[in-house]
Write a protein that binds this ligand. Structure first.
Ligand code: FES
Length: 290
């Protein structure tokens, strides 16, 4: 028997929503709503996980998932109902910030990723509704109905989480897109051009082997960062220099030129930085070991 027949279908099913273009009108409308939410920029960045160095949503998602799974285990092993109710309620309390952080990340994804993310989010929202209904039923003494609703919700949230993991690990949404740069850039110093080829405060693209870099000439000298944005690989050399940062043209992340750190999301990971020196009026750059 062809063993791939046993293992291939699941990734194929998980990839399918990315091709469902019929979701786009709904997706565009929800995206507009998320973009218009009256969230101060600092709060939006906090929800992206800028302070954490990676997306906040998957970290928050552990709370409702863990609570509802624990509640199901207690329930199936005959534990007292109040403990099951408390765990279900704690999971429900954690759901709104988890969902909000997910929606904020989702709004800055490319269209195919947004389709997958939409199916993931609708599954998670429906699972939250089922757990709310389960709690309501238990509080009225309908334990058997509550158990059925909770187990259905747990199955649904597990499927949604599986799709979310596929979106992250297989399709790369939420992953840092420049982590490999220090390893694949050629070692040592490399010339990238004469000093006067670089106008002040304008990002210029150069290549170090096969690694694109963005060079910015400032008042104090040169800053060189990886060109592909850590968020979704936008080209920083097509962006702008503002207040000591380079701004990505795709979703507006800003990276400090001095150290590559993001100061505005949705990016959460630092942009790899390169050492620079000028020899005989020519700029040379060198990858900093990761
Ligand atoms: S690719 Fe999204 S902010 Fe750069």
């Amino acid at each position: 028997m062809d063993r791939s027949a046993l293992t291939d279908p699941l990734p194929g099913w998980l990839d399918a929503p990315a091709g469902w273009a019929a979701l786009d009108p709904v997706s565009d409308r929800i995206r507009g709503v998320v973009a218009a939410l009256p969230l101060p920029p600092g709060l939006r960045d906090a929800l992206h996980g800028l302070w954490l160095g990676h997306p906040l949503h998957p970290a928050l998602a552990q709370v409702p998932l863990g609570c509802w799974l624990s509640a199901a285990v207690l329930d199936l092993t005959g534990a007292p109902t109040p403990a099951v109710r408390r765990l279900t309620a704690l999971g429900l309390a954690a759901a709104p910030p988890t969902l909000l952080a997910g929606w904020v990340d989702w709004a800055d994804l490319p269209p195919a990723h947004r389709r997958t993310g939409l199916v993931h989010a609708l599954g998670a929202a429906a699972a939250t509704g089922l757990h709310a209904a389960a709690l309501w039923a238990r509080c009225r003494g309908h334990d058997r109905a509550g158990r059925r609703l909770a187990l259905t919700g747990l199955g649904l949230v597990t499927a949604a989480a599986t799709l979310g993991a596929h979106l992250t690990y297989r399709q790369g949404a939420g992953a840092a897109h420049a982590e490999a740069v220090p390893r694949v850039a050629p070692p040592g110093w490399h010339q990238v051009g004469a000093v006067d080829e670089f106008p002040r405060d304008r990002p210029v693209r150069r290549e170090l082997g096969e690694v694109p870099v963005v060079v910015v000439r400032g008042a104090e000298g040169f800053d060189v960062l990886a060109d592909r944005c850590t968020h979704m690989a936008g080209s920083l050399s097509d962006g702008r220099v503002e207040d000591g940062c380079v701004r990505c043209p795709l979703h507006g992340s800003r990276f400090r030129l001095a150290d590559g750190k993001p100061v505005r999301g949705p990016a959460t990971a630092a942009q790899p930085r390169f050492d620079t020196r000028v020899l005989s009026d020519r700029l040379e750059v060198r990858a900093v070991a990761g």
